[in-house]
Design a binder for this molecule. Structure first.
Ligand code: SF4
Length: 381
């Protein structure tokens, strides 16, 4: 059980006149927040009060010895191809064919060569592998890739394939998603990233990604992975024109799934980037809305241990501030990210360990390098 020491923040939030006091009382008593509580958080203009609530919730779900930790992983992104049969209108990454401008497709040999040339390869913990969906990228390709990566870099965990990619492979190969997951797991697949969820709203899906798997299918595939003993993450892509209620419902769907199968490690509220997409940039979240969404995620998801700010999308400064709004993970060193940068992200494509450590320390927290499954590799006291 977490230990909460009295401080000025608690005096403020527990004042009888504070409208957020009732939610604070629920948080410290480990009572689950309702959808109405979620609306009360969303509708409050007391941003600092919301931060206090989220920071309190973060402490409550964190073991005392880890309370000031902020995690990151030394990871390397592999986006094998941008050729994709998907039609998502928010996507600037995909190309319809290999002949299209800026289309690319890496072979297994090319990927291994790139990783080998990466100066930090000896310290790597994780490959993060997500790509377009195209028949050339079939099950046989992935088996070859995973086996080859394992043979050459046995110290690196393979986190890869969104639920949408698993579903695509299943249809391509005439198999069930469970059979695909079992097969890949037997060849080195370690865990799943949280992408492909977008917003669990039929209304937004119909407008922007009607061909993508439904939210029920996304949740089902993650549930299958959890039952096979694989951990995974969950995302919410905000800034597509969704309402606050749709964001809140999305978070509650994740909470329900976690109650059933328990394999989500991290929830990641993402931001859409708009260059070369069909989405109106007027839908972008403001800074205050982003901080509210981080806090809302932490407060509603009492059963998910980590909330992540993906600095590639939120930027370094927003990510640092988010550490006071319930966030306790900053993803990782990344290296070679393509998907968000093709949509105009102006963040760097990689960050050094020293920069991450500095950023976390400046927020008054303890930087901790982890592996994919949150085993601690190094504490930077
Ligand atoms: S978001 Fe993914 S599935 Fe959709 S078009 Fe882009 S690469 Fe394809």
């Amino acid at each position: 059980m977490a230990i909460l020491t009295p401080n000025a923040s608690q005096d403020y939030i527990t004042a009888p006149s504070n409208p957020l006091k009732a939610i604070y009382d629920k948080v410290v008593n480990r009572q689950r927040l309702t959808k109405q509580d979620g609306f009360d958080i969303i509708n409050s203009n007391d941003l600092l009060g919301i931060g206090i609530l989220a920071d309190t919730a973060r402490k409550i779900v964190t073991p005392p010895e880890r309370q000031d930790h902020v995690y990151w992983v030394h990871n390397y992104h592999i986006n094998i191809t941008n050729v994709c049969e998907g039609t998502c209108r928010f996507c600037a990454f995909s190309r319809r064919s290999e002949k299209a401008m800026k289309a690319y497709f890496w072979t297994v040999e090319e990927i291994v060569e790139q990783v080998r040339n990466y100066p930090g390869v000896a310290e790597l913990s994780e490959f993060h592998i997500v790509s377009g969906m195209t028949p050339k990228l079939n099950l046989e390709f992935y088996i070859d890739l995973f086996e080859t990566l394992q043979a050459n870099f046995p110290h690196v965990h393979i986190k890869g394939l969104t639920a949408a990619e698993i579903d695509y492979l299943a249809k391509l190969e005439g198999m069930t998603s469970e059979e695909v997951l079992k097969t890949l797991k037997a060849h080195g697949h370690g865990s799943m990233p949280g992408g492909g969820a977008e917003v669990f709203s039929d209304r937004v899906r119909e407008l922007l990604y009607p061909d993508k798997i439904t939210h029920w299918e996304w949740l089902e595939i993650h549930g299958l992975a959890h039952k096979l003993g694989m951990k995974s993450n969950a995302t919410l892509l905000a800034g597509l024109g969704e309402t606050w209620e749709e964001r809140l419902d999305h978070i509650l769907y994740v909470r329900d799934q976690q109650d059933q199968t328990g394999g989500f490690m991290t929830f990641i509220p993402l931001n859409c980037w708009y260059d070369n997409t069909a989405v109106d940039p007027a839908n972008a979240l403001t800074g205050v809305e982003n901080l509210k969404l981080f806090a809302l995620s932490r407060l509603m998801l009492d059963n998910v241990p980590y909330i992540k700010s993906y600095w590639i999308q939120h930027g370094m400064k927003m990510s640092q501030v988010s550490l006071s709004f319930g966030v306790n993970d900053l993803d990782g060193t990344v290296t070679q990210e393509k998907i968000t940068h093709m949509a105009g992200s102006d963040t760097p494509q990689a960050i050094t360990k020293a920069d991450l450590v500095h950023m976390i320390r400046q927020a008054g927290k303890i930087p901790v390098e982890r592996d994919t499954l949150y085993n601690i590799k190094q504490i930077f006291e």
